[in-house]
Design a binder for this molecule. Structure first.
Ligand SMILES: Nc1ncnc2c1ncn2[C@@H]1O[C@H](COP(=O)(O)OP(=O)(O)OP(=O)(O)O)[C@@H](O)[C@H]1O
Length: 653
């Protein structure tokens, strides 16, 4: 198929060079999408339909559609409707499937298969060993796709329609990220044209996470999906160089700030007190102040964007002039209206009444002028909250201000009040629990006419403004009608390790259910005291005897010392987001960047230090919970200080 595309000669079929260039680009994209991936087999499943459906045909299911030289299908795309039973059929509902076969591969070689005769009453239900093997396959390199083993509860989310927003709550390792990415791939297949026009975006918590997941969609043949962090999305207006204290960040991230900004933007409109007089030829046309006031009030009441109303105002004034012309017996046409709208008197009135607003300058003024803030925050923020967000030393200009990430979100909100932010077709928001209400709004305006997949775990919220309930979050996102689904089966963390980490749950997120590990292997858990960095280095060396990736997770402040100790012992290590290779498998991970990542073996340095590094105990325990749940096979916990009491079995909250 690739050779066919490569051999296409478009010289005679294109009308001009533009067409030729467009076609050439499309061909290149197609060739890229058909690239051979060394260890990725063309198919991973087979479905034999019963005679009652699909004429009893046999289908091979794979990552993409493959046809033979005659154009007859050899492999059907996993997203095609005929592939659905591969993921959903069960003994209870065989979906007209006689045989389902799963193929297992080792490095691209076919090495195993598993058959299920779904309609055979004598056949025992077995757990899939291929699934277990797939999960346990050592991890080297970036995150992999899971198309061969998507589970029914995951598939339901993957294949849910484009129109609806879905929110997925799930504990660590339940496959939320995987499901979100596969949903994008599915939606691109089912609604390719529409999404090609409107665009899709995956939002992750930081760049290292995005690097980690960036290969999943290309491996599924999808190359067009943009990835960004929220900070990157909103960071186009101002340069972020500052940070906020927690109290300031909480207020700036509060949804009430939207109302403060709305009022502040609208405050730039002044009710006209003077008439507008337009001179055309020998005639003077006068629109009195009360009529201008009506126009302005009506535009304000319509609650359209500040900038759109500003653009409409000259035409509205011109219209009032035209009405007068008609009353005087003239017959002006549209061109006259346009000319009047561009008349200097009209322009001057618009400038006076509805001046342009620069979003960054507006936020700068709000955060540096106590009186201006007090007027617009009156009844919305109390004096203490106002004081918390005011700059101690007001900057002199937008350029010299030390904007924080939360400020950039405010500027983005203000920019949207002035002119509408374009909406994408679909947005996946991962690790959503950490967003502030204002950040949810920023994401929400990027999918106002589209839909979203919101993924998160309330127990892993580690920001001072972390989400307390999905209903609230979805309301801020502008999708209150979204369905909230729960994933409960854990694929990453082995049983013993998840049980250990879950001891923290009642102390930091009471009411949230423990993840039920689907892993047959209990995993290895080793908790022991350490005497200095040499012990930590020794534990890493020990872990490196196993296959796969090793993550040494430590409190951020411990990272420099540990980096030195590793280097001193001749152990080369990577930073999160760097790709592990067979030669370099050890990553030193600051606890603040561990979220969303995973390693075959985790060495966890001093849990108490991870807890202590956070501003409050609950956040500290949550950070520790995240760190404890990164391991796929084994976890070694080394503590130089006493373990946090919540990790000891007998404690109850
Ligand atoms: N159906 C599946 N088959 C095989 N592997 C799976 C399946 N579902 C999830 N996994 C694997 O389990 C691991 C955890 O998945 P993922 O990172 O998507 O979980 P998560 O819920 O986003 O975790 P976290 O809350 O820690 O961010 C990944 O390695 C993923 O590939």
């Amino acid at each position: 198929m690739r050779e066919d595309v490569e051999a296409m000669d478009i010289r005679d079929v294109t009308a001009n060079w533009v067409n030729a260039a467009v076609l050439q680009k499309q061909i290149e994209a197609r060739v890229a999408a058909l690239a051979d991936l060394r260890h990725t087999p063309l198919f991973f499943g087979r479905l034999d339909y019963l005679e009652t459906a699909q004429e009893g045909q046999r289908f091979y299911v794979g990552r993409r559609h493959v046809h033979d030289a005659d154009g007859d299908p050899m492999v059907v795309d996993w997203r095609a409707p005929v592939s659905r039973p591969f993921y959903r059929a069960s003994r209870k509902d065989p979906m007209h499937i006689g045989l389902r076969r799963r193929f297992g591969y080792t490095g691209g070689d076919l090495t195993a298969y598993e058959d299920e005769h779904l309609t055979d009453p004598d056949e025992q239900e077995r757990t899939s060993r291929l699934l277990q093997a797939e999960i346990e396959r050592p991890r080297v390199g970036p995150m992999r796709d899971i198309v061969a083993t998507i589970q029914p509860e995951q598939d339901e989310i993957v294949r849910s329609g484009l129109a609806g927003t879905v929110c997925v709550q799930g504990g660590p390792g339940t496959g939320k990220t995987a499901v979100g990415l596969h949903r994008v791939a599915y939606l691109l297949y089912a609604h390719r044209e529409r999404l090609a026009r409107t665009g899709t975006l995956v939002i992750g918590p930081n760049r290292s996470f995005l690097h980690y997941i960036e290969q999943v969609l290309p491996a599924l043949g999808e190359l067009e999906v943009r990835q960004a962090t929220v900070d990157e999305l909103v960071g186009t207006h101002v340069e972020v160089r500052g940070t906020d204290t927690a109290p300031a960040g909480v207020v700036k991230g509060d949804a009430r700030m939207a109302e403060v900004l709305r009022r502040a933007v609208r405050s730039y409109v002044t009710v006209p007190a003077e008439p507008v007089v337009v001179v055309r030829g020998s005639r003077r046309w006068r629109v009195p102040a009360y009529e201008l006031q009506q126009i302005v009030t009506e535009l304000l009441d319509r609650d359209i964007r500040y900038g759109a109303a500003r653009d409409a105002l000259p035409q509205r004034i011109a219209h009032a002039v035209l009405v007068r012309m008609e009353q005087a017996g003239e017959a002006p046409d549209d061109r006259v209206q346009d000319a009047v709208a561009r008349n200097a008197a009209v322009k001057a009135a618009v400038k006076e009444v509805w001046p342009p607003v620069d979003p960054a300058k507006l936020v700068l003024r709000l955060l540096s002028d106590p009186a201006f803030l007090a007027v617009h925050a009156d009844g919305v923020l109390d004096p203490e909250e106002q004081a918390a967000i005011l700059w101690a030393k007001p900057p002199r200009s937008v350029r010299s201000a030390r904007w924080s990430a939360a400020d950039a979100v405010l500027v983005d909100e203000a920019a949207d009040l002035v002119s509408r932010t374009p909406s994408l077709g679909h947005v996946v928001l991962d690790e959503a629990q950490d967003l502030s209400p204002m950040q949810y709004r920023a994401v929400g305006r990027r999918c106002t006419t589209g839909s979203a997949t919101v993924l998160g775990d309330l127990a892993q919220g580690t920001t001072p403004w972390a989400t307390r309930s999905w209903a609230e979050a979805l309301a801020h996102l502008g999708k209150p009608e979204a369905a909230v689904e729960e994933l409960t089966a854990g694929f990453r963390v082995p049983r013993e390790v998840i049980a250990y980490a879950s001891r923290l749950l009642p102390h930091m997120s009471p009411g949230l259910a423990e993840v039920r590990s689907v892993r047959e292997s209990p995993g290895s858990l080793d908790v022991r005291p350490a005497d200095g960095d040499a012990d930590v280095v020794a534990a890493c060396t020990e872990s490196l005897r196993h296959q796969g990736s090793i993550g040494l997770i430590a409190a951020d402040a411990r990272v420099p010392a540990l980096a030195e100790a590793l280097a001193g012992a001749g152990l080369v290590h990577l930073a999160p987001g760097d790709e592990t290779t067979p030669d370099c498998r050890l990553t030193l991970v600051p606890a603040s960047l561990a979220k969303g990542l995973e390693y075959d073996h985790v060495v966890l340095d001093d849990p108490a230090a991870i807890v202590a590094a956070e501003p409050d105990e609950r956040t500290g325990l949550r950070r520790l919970y995240v760190a404890l749940t990164r391991a796929v096979s084994g976890l070694t916990v080394l503590h130089s200080a006493a373990l946090p009491p919540q990790l000891c079995k007998s404690t109850t909250p």
